[in-house]
Every structure is written in structure tokens, then in C-alpha cells.
Design a protein around this ligand. Sequence first.
Ligand code: ATP
Ligand code: MG
Length: 352
Amino acid sequence: MTTNHRIALIPGDGIGAEVLPPAQQVLDVLGRRHGFSLSYTSYDWSCERYLREGAMMPADGIDQLREADAILLGAVGYPGVPDHVSLWGLLIPIRRSFRQYVNLRPIRVFEGIDSPVRGARPGEVDVVVVRENMEGEYSEVGGRLNSGFPDEIAVQEAVFTRAGVTRLLDYAFTLASQRGGRLTSATKSNGIIHTMPFWDQLVTERAASFPQVAWDQEHIDALAAKFVLEPARFDVVVASNLFGDILSDLAAAVAGSIGIAPAANLNPERDFPSMFEPVHGSAPDIAGQGIANPLGAIWSAAMMLDHLGHPAAARDITDAIAAVLAKTDVRTRDLGGTATTAEFTDKLIELL
Ligand code: ATP
Ligand code: MG
């Protein structure tokens, strides 16, 4: 009997709708090989919908997604629509309603890719950034006073809870124990004197339960510099919502193109669907031309298969990504080639 997984597809805007079909093509090949099937329900939730109807998704949008086994998202963003609309109108409600408190962003420098960073030799860089995804600096606590007056002020509180940080750290330490056995915690407890010392304290507490993991902590400024200078020294990096966001974009750039980087918004307890999405945005500058790099979406689909219980199928995908980059010179324009999205996808499927 083949297992069927119900996938909610949210192509979104711009190249989001161009990179999901390649991911589906790859998923279908693997389903046939590994004995599972996927059924898709597609949702047109996007900034374009916002411009048409005044909301990114319908009022009962979260309820519509609830029964899905996973959500695969392309990208949201549209010229003229402020980023906070797509963030607070779609992504953050999904992350929070479904308790997707882990944002997982693997970074590898593949053979055959030119990293802009000299120290990033192919095959040596294999890092996972584990970003807190529900609390921290991205909070609604705060406000603005005295609008337009010389004494105008804005206050934004960062909110860190023992429960929220601890569950994230448990995930990160467990992941580190299954990988290279090293964990680095991003902090800034020299300048941020309440939340970051609390974070550090909880890291120390949780570390006691994972004696097999060698861990250290770095101030975010120094860590950012080391990510550029010697990215190969890192294995698992755990960070708050804001620090993790910045570090993972930095790391994606180190890897050679933002078009490759995947992300998973995980609900580790699996009581709600998790969401998988490429790190890149809707790329309005290249949308509609059929030249977007599909690897970020395809790798995100691999993370989805891993989460759905098909690790071997997921590995087939990452192996094929490594192979298409190492063994062929077929590439999209962001990687210095001339291939279209479809040509790049076909080559990858040929190697799968
Ligand atoms: P958004 O507002 O949706 O975040 P953005 O323009 O701010 O969009 P990205 O969409 O990530 O951010 O684009 C940043 C740059 O990277 C653009 O020049 C874009 O063309 C390029 N880019 C992003 N993703 C890809 C991809 N998959 N393939 C090729 N180029 C890409
Ligand atoms: Mg952007």
C-alpha cells in the first residue's frame, strides 16, 4: 500500500509559481521510486490576492491548511506591497498557528559552485542554522508615541520564554548529536543585558543533557565575521529569530546563490503541518522569464520528504543537486549559466 501525503501548495507571487512545478516534478519521480504518493491542493494566497481582495489569505485560511500533512510555499512579495504585509498577513500567522518554532536552514557549498568567499571550499561547508521562529525580537509588544514631534519614540520589546527557548535548544542539540556533534550558540549578552544572558543560561542548562555535543557561544557580530572567514568550522548554529534570519541569509550568500537555499518551518511535535519554502523571495526582477533557479524549492521539497518520513528519497534529491552541479555545466543565470528553469530541472531529473 502506498502512503499518500496531502500537500498544501502556496505558489505565491513572482518566481514562487515558477519554482514549485519543478519541485513537484521531482517529488513525483521519487514517489514512484520510493512507494508514496502526494496529492496537492493549491491556494492562490499572495500579494496579488492582497491587492485584489485586501488580504493575503481568507479569514479561515489557517483552518483550510490544518488538515494538510505539509505546506510547500514558493515565495510571497510584490513591488509596491510592503514586506510586512506578506510577513504578518501570511507567513507569521502560519508559523505561529501551527507552532512551527524551528526554522531550519541548511547551507552547503557544492562542488561546481563559485562561492564569493575564499575560505568556502566546496564540500567542506555543511552547516545548519536553527533559527527560533515564533518569539524573540519579532514581537508585537511595543508601540510609538508622540508621532511627528521632536520627542517621538518607538519601543519594541523582545520576548523570550523559558519554554520557547528550551524546546528550540532541545531540537538544536538533538540535531547536533545526530550530525557532527558540534553546536554554536549565537548571543549578544555583552550588549543586550536581559534577554541574551537568559538565552545563554538556558543553553548552558540544556547542554548538560547532551554531553556528547561540543558547544560554544559567539557574539553575533563575531559570528557573522567568522561565517565569512571560515564557514567550514561550523556544524549546527542555534540563534534567535532575528540573529538566525540574518545569519541564514549571510550563509546562503556564502553558498554561492540565494537561489539554492532551502528552509523548513518545523512543528517538531507534528500536531500541525510544517511548512517548506525556498529562502529566496519572489524576485520581481526576473519573474515571468522562466529563468529562476529551482534548486531552493527542490531542496525544500527534499526537507519536506525527510519530515514526512522518507529520508532516503530526500537524500536522492540532495545527491542529484550535488551531481547536477558537480558533473554538468547546466546552470541557471544566477549561477553563471544560460539554462532555463525547465532545462535545469530536466537535467537534474535525468541524474536523479
Ligand atoms: P521579496 O520582496 O519577495 O523578498 P526581493 O527582490 O527582496 O523579493 P529576492 O526575491 O530573494 O528578494 O531576490 C533577491 C535577488 O536574488 C534578486 O536579484 C533575484 O533576481 C535573485 N534571486 C532570488 N531568487 C532567485 C532564484 N531562485 N533564481 C535566480 N535568481 C534569484
Ligand atoms: Mg526581500
